[in-house]
Design a protein around this ligand. Sequence first.
Ligand SMILES: [Zn+2]
Length: 403
Amino acid sequence: MIIWNETYRELLSHAESVRGLLNTHCHHMPATAFENPTLHTLMQTTYISWSNPWYPDVPEARADFITRNASNSYFQWMARSVGSLYGTGVPLDAANWGVLDMALRKAYASPGEDIRILTDKCGYASIILDKYDMPGNDIGHPELFRPAFRCDMFLHGHSATGKDQNGSNPYDYLDVDCTATLDEYVEAIDRAVAAKKNAGCVALKLAIAYERDIAFENQDPKKAELALTKPDTSAVRDYQDYIVHCLADIAASHGMPLQIHTGLGLLIRSNAIGLRTLIGRKPETRFVLFHCGYPWMDDVLGLLHNYRNVYPDLCWLPLISTSAAIRFIREALEVGDATRLTWGCDTWTSEESYGALLAVRHCLAAAITPMCEEGLVDIAYAKHLITGVLNGNAAALYPFDNR
Ligand SMILES: [Zn+2]
């Protein structure tokens, strides 16, 4: 996988030298959320745990865990990350697990270690935080985290007790109650977004692909209103579609991009092409398509090609499948331009965030090396492309300077 030739090495070293990184998506959990973190508990909090049953923290189980997962992209980058953060750079294996575990425990004995990794080791200048259980929160670190305002809950306002998948009720965030008309409700969302922007938020976020499909067709308020009096499945669907159209307008009017989770999720019509109608109707809204729609990356490439208001975000992708990310980066640069591709770690722990950074640096160098060697771009332009993904493109896309 890793192409150890001169061009690759030069591009990788450029990616490593880019400073003031802008990380567009993260769910960071502060170290205080862990009681005495160990390498074992850390593994349980990363994506690796999604596809692995719990295992006891004993040498035989660790060895078995590694044998099963050594080809897995989540594991690959986590192993490199902890090997670099807590050892000599040799990726985690059964032999060095104990030594790395001890070093990690020692590091976490001093408070603030998780934030130090993000600022000093990763070199992030700003991180867009999606604290989905507390929408718009910066977990007490406004100097580093700029919140995205998760708006899934607003799709449940047809019911006084409606909640999104994380338990958020829209009326806890609005200055109206459920007796509001649809117009009053949307105006209240607009005021809530304005207040969040004043408090430092830089984006709106929808992860509704974990709850329903993302084909939002209805933009007629009359149909949406039916959900307030007769909330059957079809009326609720029309209501939710309409609210998403309103959120797209609200995002544009406040100069904030709308980040939308695409691809994985329910896996039933969660592919990005479902957004085509909405994207076409809202040319003033900048749509950031998370995870590049994996595994339906071609949907995002088609939308990128046809719509200038589409911005693919690589977040999570290099960790899901490193080779898929390499393929996507090259095609996105070919069908789009140098300015629209961005990246975020999409992780809960600092260790996995650093692994995600190692992964995207590798993916950028590996995707662009052949473009250099085929004579399509020169090395200076290749470096410009890499800087754009890690820093410049997000700086232009998000209102980081709004406070
Ligand atoms: Zn995420």
